[in-house]
Design a protein around this ligand. Structure first.
Ligand code: NAD
Length: 371
């Protein structure tokens, strides 16, 4: 693992998720550039001294030469390190799981894809919500035509972190406030990409064009919100709103998939259920873990209905899929990454194209159709 020391947020979630699958071990890491944090994390996880690395460059160099080199690296650093760290490990022939946003520009994404291909590497991107069993159920129901042809998607991702920071005068958000470390986009790249990735994951559609107005909190260079009208492939229209300055919201991700025969609603804070509404029929609340679920999505259920699952299980599903691809690759099988279910580098690139288009549309006050 690179990044994700014991005091970090998402690195701990990755480790808990990987442990749930019992098929991978944490054996090496550069968890922090701070020596004390690095050593504490290595002590906590029993990392051998010879695999306690002060820099990610040293880790990539040294691991490449070992007979028992790592199979894959997890990148859970601030955004500006995703590209150089991923590039280096791919060049050493090591598979990569990387946090979102994949990188800063679409060009960097295309390069990473090419390097992964040249070195025979798999590449997963942790768009967390694509790992939720009920998002995967929605995908199967849409595929099965249960709501007919999807014409419209409405997606919201509302938090209030940036508002709380402003009101308290806190700078606790650290690297996220710094464009050199966070990237050219704030909220759009941080949570907007989650809305777009779930829409694409469930419908199979990608953005053709969009119109976007960004929102800013006074004194901040990076956006704290994005109001987007999007046109997806396959004639699907979208209204998306991402905000980290919406008072009172914790982690409200809600997506409506509106078809010509019915509608599905997924709400992340109530993620063990999926609402199905059809014309002239009673509203149904589908419960995660019940036998009426599709067999494909039941495969992603870890606990019986009524025992709530959440973020960690979603990450664990993504890691299980990724490990399955690695095991098949080790057996010499031909790999089509999309078939395993984890979000691939193509989805990572789409996310970067998405926030790039949003910035372009906002700046030009126009509809953006091309990068
Ligand atoms: N998928 C999701 O739902 C989700 C949720 C939260 C964060 N994230 C993403 O995860 C990433 C990390 O976010 P976070 O909230 O955990 O941040 P964080 O600041 O809590 O953790 C960052 C970690 O990177 C380490 N680090 C910094 N520079 C380093 C270097 N040069 N070498 C090695 N390690 C270094 C820090 O020591 C720390 O451990 C971001 O890209 C963020 O967008 C994704």
């Amino acid at each position: 693992m690179v990044g994700g020391d014991t005091g970090a947020f998402i690195g701990n979630v990755h480790r808990s998720a990987i442990r749930m699958n019992d098929n991978a071990l944490l054996v090496a890491g550069c968890f922090s550039s701070n020596t004390e944090k690095q050593n504490n994390t290595c002590n906590t996880y029993g990392i051998n001294e010879d695999r306690n690395y002060a820099t990610y460059e040293e880790m990539a160099d040294s691991e490449e030469k070992r007979e028992d080199k790592i199979d894959f690296v997890v990148i859970a650093t601030p955004n500006y390190l995703h590209y150089p760290v991923a590039k280096l490990f791919l060049e050493k022939g090591i598979h990569v799981v990387c946090e979102k946003p994949l990188c800063f520009t679409p060009e960097e994404g295309y390069q990473l894809k090419q390097i992964a291909k040249d070195n025979g590497c798999l590449f997963g991107v942790t768009y967390t919500y694509c790992g939720y069993a009920m998002v995967r159920e929605a995908r199967e129901l849409v595929k099965g035509g249960v709501i007919g042809k999807v014409n419209m998607v409405v997606g919201e991702y509302l938090q209030d972190g940036k508002l709380r920071s402003k009101l308290s005068g806190s700078t606790a958000r650290g690297w996220r406030q710094d464009p050199t470390k966070s990237g050219p986009s704030g909220t759009t790249a941080d949570v907007g990409v989650h809305i777009d990735s779930v829409i694409s994951y469930v419908t199979g559609a990608t953005i053709d064009s969009l119109q976007c107005s960004l929102e800013y909190i006074e004194g901040s260079e990076l956006d704290c919100g994005a109001r987007i009208m999007a046109q997806y492939t396959g004639g699907i229209s979208g209204i998306l709103y991402a905000s980290q300055a919406s008072a009172g919201f914790d982690n409200f991700l809600r997506i409506l998939f509106i078809g010509d025969r019915g509608t599905l609603e997924f709400v992340q804070e109530d993620s063990n259920y999926l609402k199905l509404m059809k014309i002239n029929e009673p509203i149904q609340i589908l419960s995660r873990g019940k036998s009426y679920m599709t067999k494909e999505a039941l495969h992603d259920v870890r606990l019986p209905a009524g025992h709530p699952e959440g973020l960690v299980e979603a990450f664990a599903n993504i890691y299980r899929d990724f490990a399955n691809a690695i095991f098949d690759k080790l057996e010499g099988k031909e790999i089509i990454e999309e078939a395993y279910g984890y979000p691939t580098i193509d989805m990572g690139i789409k996310g970067v194209e998405f926030f790039t288009l949003c910035i372009k549309s906002n700046n030009n006050k126009s509809t953006s159709e091309h990068i």
